[in-house]
Design a binder for this molecule. Structure first.
Ligand code: SAM
Length: 289
């Protein structure tokens, strides 16, 4: 049973914080039946929940090359964070159901808003994890240095800075549209050492934008089985599946359903940290789909 959880953001000090993507897009119509949500919440930022991404690097420390599929990649910040952490030994691809999210990710353009100068400062979704221009969060300097290696500033307005991925890095990651419940047409079987689908699986489970109660458990269990079978399909034997850190991926009815579906579909818990805030699962056997 998990004790720490949704209040994780309470630990971010109330200081100027540079926000990542806080947008959303309407879910494609042909996907409505498969999900309990009508919106695709795109919230993401650099270095979010970095422990579970670092775990991938530690786990594969002895391998020269690894292939990672970043699912629910939103506008790309998570995939780029992983690339910064793993360097050139990693071949990374990203996918998302959202059309505008994938277009944004492929453009290589990143907007980072300065909540001090905009009016909707909202504690939490901070690229405070990144730090910014030496003004604060000095202890985030290593992340900032990694970011500077990959991104350059192309424009600054009073409330938003625009960055673009550098020319020599832009071809490192390709982003494509795909649905976690139907990956088979888009990916090769057993091609990936690790697959992440962080802070998103709960969207298939609960009608509430941030998870919680499950309204139609039997249908939801089928959708989750489908998602887990597709994750299993994409991973190599022994490959890792990384679940997000948001409490609704773990807690309550929705989280428990996610855990049960993973166990039914060939996964065992490989790593937990911080009262299960970080969970990584290992593929134990092949599922047929
Ligand atoms: C809250 S964001 C999480 C972004 C990122 N993984 C992170 O942790 O920062 C959820 C993302 O999941 C995507 N998504 C929702 N349902 C999906 C599905 N069935 N297949 C692929 N992506 C999906 C949404 O479009 C959205 O970009």
């Amino acid at each position: 049973m998990r004790i720490a959880g949704i209040c994780q953001t309470a630990f971010i000090p109330r200081q100027p914080a540079f926000r990542g993507n806080c947008g959303y897009e309407i879910i494609p119509e042909d996907n409505l039946a498969k999900t309990q949500n009508s919106k695709l919440t795109q919230t993401t930022h650099f270095f979010r929940d970095v422990e579970s991404l670092e775990f991938i690097g530690k786990h594969f420390a002895n391998k020269d090359k690894i292939k990672v599929l970043v699912g629910a990649c939103s506008s790309g910040e998570e995939a780029w964070t992983l690339q910064m952490l793993l360097g050139r030994k990693a071949k990374i691809e990203g996918f998302d159901l959202g059309k505008s999210a994938v277009n944004q990710a492929n453009s290589g353009i990143i907007y980072i808003r300065d909540p001090e100068k905009s009016h909707d400062f909202n504690l939490g979704y901070a690229d405070a994890y990144l730090g910014y221009e030496g003004l604060f969060y000095q202890h985030k300097a290593p992340q900032r240095a990694m970011f500077n290696e990959y991104f350059e500033k192309v424009r600054t307005k009073p409330e938003v800075a625009t960055f673009k991925v550098k020319e020599d890095k832009k071809d490192l990651i390709k982003f494509f549209r795909a649905d976690i419940t139907n990956l088979k047409p888009c990916v090769e079987k057993g091609a990936y050492d690790a697959l992440t689908f962080r802070n998103a699986l709960y969207l298939l489970v609960s009608g509430h934008p941030i998870g919680g109660r499950v309204s139609r458990p039997p249908q939801v269990a089928l959708v989750l089985d489908n998602a887990c079978k597709n994750i299993n399909y994409a991973l190599k034997p022994g490959g890792l599946f990384v679940l997000g850190e948001l409490s609704h991926d773990h807690d309550n009815e929705s989280g428990q359903m996610v855990y049960r579906a993973l166990k039914r579909n060939g996964f065992a818990l490989a790593f937990t940290q911080d009262y299960d805030k970080v969970t990584v699962w290992k593929k134990k056997w092949d599922m047929n789909i």
